[in-house]
Design a protein around this ligand. Structure first.
Ligand SMILES: [Mg+2]
Length: 252
């Protein structure tokens, strides 16, 4: 299982050694899992191809947005939803459910644009008056991004779901890492047990912690959130691998 941002690429720039790593593991079953719900899997496959990677199969990419839509369809066939978030989340939900701002079963909050005073009001009233359930694609408080070449911080899924949760008093069900659902779906797709799998990620608090809770082996690559030599948070230990790069992981 591979995280994408900070492991394979930063924005539109591939990370050195990532293409070679994917070439080396092409015979080993693998899946890309990302908390980022903004792009559809097919758009991410295009993006990777444009960056010079071999194009992954669309069903090898599990975004928190796509996973949310699939999971909801397992809870209730033809579910009704009110969604707030980027276009990719809406497109994923449209594949499995029916948009309904008046009688939604689920209020789904993802990352990206779309949140407004009006959207919060609609969502909160569905939660309180129509007994809709609150769903969050991912719990990240913030997301690293680049804007005109400068590193900036964007609000993450956890920050965006907060006003809905606070105003309604309802706690969200969260799909993305470090919660178990995204890993469980990935394990099902791979068809292997947790202890046979390895999660490769750059974020100890999501990629690594969530995988450890599931009994999945872990490799931290220090090409994203953490740089080589940087001290990790205290709660992170028992990493199976802690390496500077994917290239280094191949060599160990
Ligand atoms: Mg990452």
């Amino acid at each position: 299982m591979l995280d994408m941002d900070g492991v394979l690429f930063h924005g539109m720039n591939p990370i050195t050694g990532a293409k070679e790593f994917l070439d080396k593991i092409k015979e080993i079953p693998h899946i890309f899992i990302t908390n980022n719900p903004i792009l559809l899997p097919e758009v991410i496959a295009d993006k990777m191809e444009n960056m010079g990677f071999n194009r992954p199969k669309v069903d090898q990419i599990l975004t928190s947005g796509e996973a949310t839509a699939i999971w909801l369809s397992h809870q209730k066939k033809n579910f009704r939803y009110f969604a707030v978030g980027a276009e990719g989340l809406h497109q994923s939900l449209q594949k499995y459910g029916i948009e309904d701002n008046e009688n939604a079963d689920y209020v789904v909050i993802g990352e990206g644009e779309g949140i407004s005073y009006e959207a919060i009001t609609t969502g909160v009233n569905l939660l309180l008056n129509k007994h809709a359930e609150l769903i969050s694609t991912n719990p990240d408080s913030s997301v690293d991004a680049f804007h005109h070449g400068k590193r900036i911080v964007l609000p993450g899924g956890g920050a965006l779901v907060a006003p809905f949760s606070k105003a309604s008093g309802k706690k969200p069900t969260t799909i993305g890492k470090p919660f178990p659902l995204l890993y469980q779906m990935a394990l099902e797709i791979l068809g292997h047990s947790a202890e046979k799998c390895l999660m490769i990620g750059d974020r100890p608090d999501t990629d690594i912690l969530g995988a450890q809770k599931m009994g999945i082996q872990t490799a931290l690559v220090r090409t994203g959130r953490f740089q080589p030599g940087e001290k990790l948070p205290k709660e992170i230990h028992n990493l199976n691998w802690d390496v500077g790069s994917l290239h280094e992981l191949l060599e160990t």
